[in-house]
Design a protein around this ligand. Structure first.
Ligand SMILES: [Zn+2]
Ligand SMILES: [Zn+2]
Length: 125
């Protein structure tokens, strides 16, 4: 399941994953969700909240769950992951002043990836 996600290079929904792993004997969505939650718990998979989909972590087994940003290409669906420790720390400091206790920070950026920007400028020229 993790290999499938890593190979996809974009976010997959639980149903995309279910289709892919059916051959391995996982048939029920609940089994897929349970497996994904386990991988998330181990820090190997992230959930993209706005897409309700999952990506393999780009930082293999390095814990950073509380401070990560995803750049989501709206043209091709590619998702790139960035660790944003300084940004997360700044946000935490600001919110702490109002008494809020932040447990994790997930930033989702929407736009176009380098490959799609390149294609766009060629078409415009
Ligand atoms: Zn990650
Ligand atoms: Zn793209």
């Amino acid at each position: 399941m993790l290999a499938r996600l890593a190979k996809a290079g974009r976010a997959l929904t639980a149903y995309d994953i279910l289709d892919a792993v059916r051959a391995q004997g996982l048939r029920a969505p609940v089994q897929v969700y349970r497996a994904l939650e386990k991988l998330r718990g181990e820090g190997l998979v992230h959930r993209i909240e706005s897409l309700n989909a999952f990506v393999a972590c780009a930082h293999f087994r390095r814990r950073h769950e509380d401070s990560v940003a995803f750049a989501i290409c709206e043209t091709c669906g590619t998702v790139s992951e960035f660790a944003v420790l300084a940004t997360a720390r700044a946000l935490r400091t600001r919110t702490r002043r109002s008494g809020f206790v932040t447990e994790r920070t997930t930033v989702e950026l929407r736009g176009r990836c380098a490959a799609c920007v390149g294609k766009g400028s060629e078409a415009g020229a």
